[in-house]
Design a protein around this ligand. Structure first.
Ligand code: IVH
Length: 687
């Protein structure tokens, strides 16, 4: 019992501190998942020892008391929190409880994304917005009316009908859409201002500004999901109908909300939103299930902090805390030196990770990441994990700031950073094995020369054992060379199973590689140009160049003026191309490729096309069901379109498939023409 009381006091203190950091300082030092664990432990302890429960225990309250920065608002109806479910079993228990107590089988639920922002309550009297408040501790919040007036998606006046309700409180979430968050941070970085840690912090910090003019600069949005006090209106019988009514009154309601019946319906919704999560325009941390019928909600009632008729089904945590063991650097194909951290392995978003990127030295300096630090890392979708912030309170006293090494770890050449450039570069060029390896990996990649089976590991070994100096040497390699490479690599690693070390399997592997290299001899000019790895010449520029010049010799002979005549080629890319062909070793590589039989069809330049889409720039985004994006792009190009990867004012048409995200949002913002897949198919069929 004494132990329980001590642990209880510890937990209360820890959770209070976490609440304060999260709600008041907008600077949490633990992850949401760690917070949930602490709260669960507290709740379990209090269930086992009810005498420990005090009225102001964090288990009895939501959030934190108001900060004193704003006037206080007492909520007419308390703003509650939601119980959490972290597994299908917990959802099953929730559904069973409802079935048992209401007698309904497979009850209907409103199913909604759990928006990751901050909860607010908007009060309308006779149809006019009069006050808006944060949740605060659930019973008293902060008056942020002036700030909310700057949020464009909040109606100042209710739509629909001459007789608005005498009182209507609408509750929902203030969020910062992901695309706006990224744009805000890009601008902040460019202007040397402090970036926002994540969209949720961005939303919370923006709303709790003392100067509404600052809030007005921040891209905030609002989505409604519940009611507070209502007077003088007949409410529908269900929550889902209420959301529909709120839409008619002019409130944004997430298009992802719907209804689902029984456990199977809920789990199917969870899975479908989980799959679409990365394509949504905002961050969500789970889904919410709410029993749809209001009379049934009343039967289920409440426990202290949360309704018994609703539950939040959380996604696996995307953030985790771990320790930095080392900070290393990687050298890329163009010599760019990127730092990364080696961390104590940790589970995040359902997988174990031990490395995270840091993008560049600026980011390290901004975050001040040091060896020995505790850091919060984040992994969203398939994205490589990144360090979000350092837990400064846990920093070892003897730690020292990290510094970019002065010399390349691979070739010893100086690492330099041009004034005004974000990236540091190894100055070794093709003398640097790391850059040579990356050049080979790029050359062999699927969209370049497409040499199947030649990945980073073999590229490293080929360079390390001196079997190749440049990509042209690949075409000299024979089965015996690969077997020799394998023998030396095996001797070094001593990890390959004996059966693979020699004999038929190894022979077959080497023959396949030689055959793949041989097959790549027959290529196209655009693939070759992309494969050469000229700075800033990506796939689409390579294609434009190939079309425009028709032959490699014509391109190599072009001067700056001729290059700048090519659509989309500005002075920077033109300079990179000229620089590339001006270097004798690059010309030697090209001559070597030709000498080894690499060939491509050369044709007349195609400068003017008169297809139905010529002169039009089309962007494809989202997932198409009937064909891949590449295929759709090729068909559009065949009709004269230029297919581009990014949306701008110059875009003529955007084709949006399933789960289209920020590009679609941008196209809508710019008022561009947008087609769905059906329109695309109809157009193609008509050609
Ligand atoms: S309903 C009585 N619906 O989650 C239930 N909350 O953990 C009141 N949230 O404070 C909340 N999306 O900030 C509800 N679709 C949604 C939500 C949602 C996000 C947040 C909200 C709330 C917290 C509870």
């Amino acid at each position: 019992m004494a132990d329980a009381a001590r642990r209880h006091a510890e937990l209360v203190a820890r959770i209070r501190d976490a609440n304060h950091r999260y709600y008041q300082l907008d600077a949490p030092d633990i992850t949401d998942a760690e917070y949930d664990l602490l709260l669960r432990e507290l709740e379990a302890l209090e269930a086992a020892h009810p005498q420990l429960v005090q009225p102001n225990s964090p288990s009895q309250r939501v959030g934190d008391a108001p900060s004193g920065k704003f006037a206080q608002v007492k909520h007419a109806l308390p703003m509650l929190s939601l119980a959490n479910a972290f597994s299908d079993t917990e959802v099953a228990e929730f559904v069973e409880r409802i079935e048992r107590e209401t007698g309904d089988r497979a009850p209907v639920f409103s199913v909604e994304p759990k928006l990751d922002g901050l909860a607010i309550s908007l009060r309308y009297e006779h149809g006019v917005f009069v006050r808006g408040a944060t949740r605060g501790d659930g019973s008293t919040g902060e008056d942020v009316t002036a700030n909310l007036r700057t949020v464009k998606s909040i109606p100042m006046q209710l739509a629909g009908g001459l007789f608005p309700p005498a009182v209507l409180e609408v509750r929902g979430e203030i969020i910062m859409p992901r695309a706006d968050f990224e744009a805000y941070n890009a601008r902040a970085c460019a202007e040397g201002r402090k970036p926002l840690a994540n969209p949720r912090n961005g939303a919370a910090g923006s709303l709790r500004q003392l100067d509404a003019a600052v809030t007005a600069q921040r891209p905030l949005a609002f989505y409604a999901y519940a009611l507070g006090e209502v007077q003088g209106a007949d409410l529908p019988a269900t929550h889902s109908q209420t959301l529909q009514w709120l839409r008619q009154l002019g409130f944004p309601v997430s298009p992802e909300v719907g209804t689902a019946a029984g456990l199977a319906g809920l789990l199917a919704y969870y899975q479908s939103i989980g799959e679409r999560r990365d394509g949504l325009p905002y961050d969500i941390d789970g889904v919410v299930y709410k029993l749809d019928r209001f009379d049934r909600q009343q039967e289920m009632g409440f426990v202290s902090r949360a309704p018994r008729w609703a539950i939040a089904h959380k996604f696996p945590a995307e953030e985790a805390r771990t320790t930095v063991e080392a900070i290393e650097v990687n050298v890329g194909r163009t010599g760019a030196v990127t730092p990364w951290v080696q961390m104590t392995p940790v589970q995040v978003g359902g997988v174990t990770v031990s490395r995270a990127t840091l993008h560049n030295a600026d980011q390290i300096a901004r975050l001040d990441v040091r060896v020995g630090d505790s850091v919060i890392i984040r992994r969203a979708g398939d994205v490589i994990p990144e360090v979000v912030r350092v837990v400064e309170s846990a920093r070892p006293p003897d730690s020292v700031p990290w510094q970019m090494p002065a010399h390349c770890p691979d070739c010893g050449s100086a690492i330099e950073r041009e004034v005004g450039e974000v990236v540091a570069r190894c100055t070794g060029g093709l003398f640097c094995p790391a850059q040579r390896v990356q050049a080979v990996v790029h050359f062999a990649s699927r969209r370049a020369m497409d040499i199947e089976g030649l990945g980073e590991r073999f590229a490293q070994d080929l360079v390390a054992f001196g079997l190749i100096q440049t990509v042209a040497d690949l075409y000299r390699l024979q089965v015996a060379d690969f077997l020799e490479m394998k023998r030396r690599a095996d001797a070094r690693d001593d990890s390959t199973p004996a059966t693979v070390k020699a004999g038929k399997i190894a022979d077959k592997w080497a023959q396949n590689l030689v055959a793949a290299i041989d097959a790549s001899r027959n290529t196209t000019l655009e693939r070759l140009l992309f494969a050469l790895g000229i700075s800033d010449v990506g796939e689409s520029t390579a294609k434009t160049l190939a079309r425009h010049f028709g032959s490699l010799d014509a391109l190599m002979a072009a001067d700056e003026a001729a290059l700048q005549q090519v659509p989309d080629i500005g002075p920077v890319v033109a300079a990179h191309i000229l620089h590339f062909f001006a270097q004798s070793h690059n010309c030697e590589v090209i001559a070597g490729l030709r000498a080894h039989g690499v060939h491509w069809p050369e044709g007349a330049p195609q400068r003017a096309s008169d297809g139905p889409l010529s002169g039009k720039t089309v962007v494809l985004t989202g997932t198409l069901e009937s064909m891949s994006r590449d295929e759709a792009g090729a068909r559009l190009e065949a009709l004269g379109a230029r297919v581009s990867g990014s949306v701008s004012k110059k875009t003529t048409l955007v084709i949006a498939g399933q789960a289209a995200g920020s590009k679609l949002a941008k196209a809508q913002d710019l008022g561009l023409e947008i087609w769905d897949e059906a329109q695309l198919l109809a157009f193609l069929a008509a050609q």
